[in-house]
Design a protein around this ligand. Sequence first.
Ligand code: ZN
Length: 156
Amino acid sequence: MLRDFGANIAPFNENATFKVNINGLTAKVNESISNACLEVAKEGDKRSCEFLILVNIKTGEWDYQEKGMENAVGGHDFFDFLANTNNKYAFVHNHPSGMTFSFDDLQTFLVIDSIDVMVASGHNGKIFYIKGKKRKIKNKRPGGIQLRGKGPDRNN
Ligand SMILES: [Zn+2]
């Protein structure tokens, strides 16, 4: 589902801290996400594959882990897990290239309700993250303007 190995692979950066400080999350959860960033980059570099850790953004626990194929994470088990939870997660995975999000990353973030934070941990120590989203656009706009008419993206 998520592919990054097509791009150039950066060497693992031994000196990087892999620390994040994401607004709205506790120090404990940020610490846990930081540890997850280091883990996926280190293991991903060692075994040349993609790793995924879902960090519970309330407890900081690593509730789900996946060692991907050579170039992808997010298989059937991932969707089974998410189908059976109401928790919110940080999706922490490695980017061998150290480059920013792929289209699939953004789609995963936007479409899957349980994923509240998307984190890409580059093997070079560069970390990208996005957090929070408007989950539902109701047929009301600020100022009380109503959307009218029918369409695939409207509720009326
Ligand atoms: Zn990715």
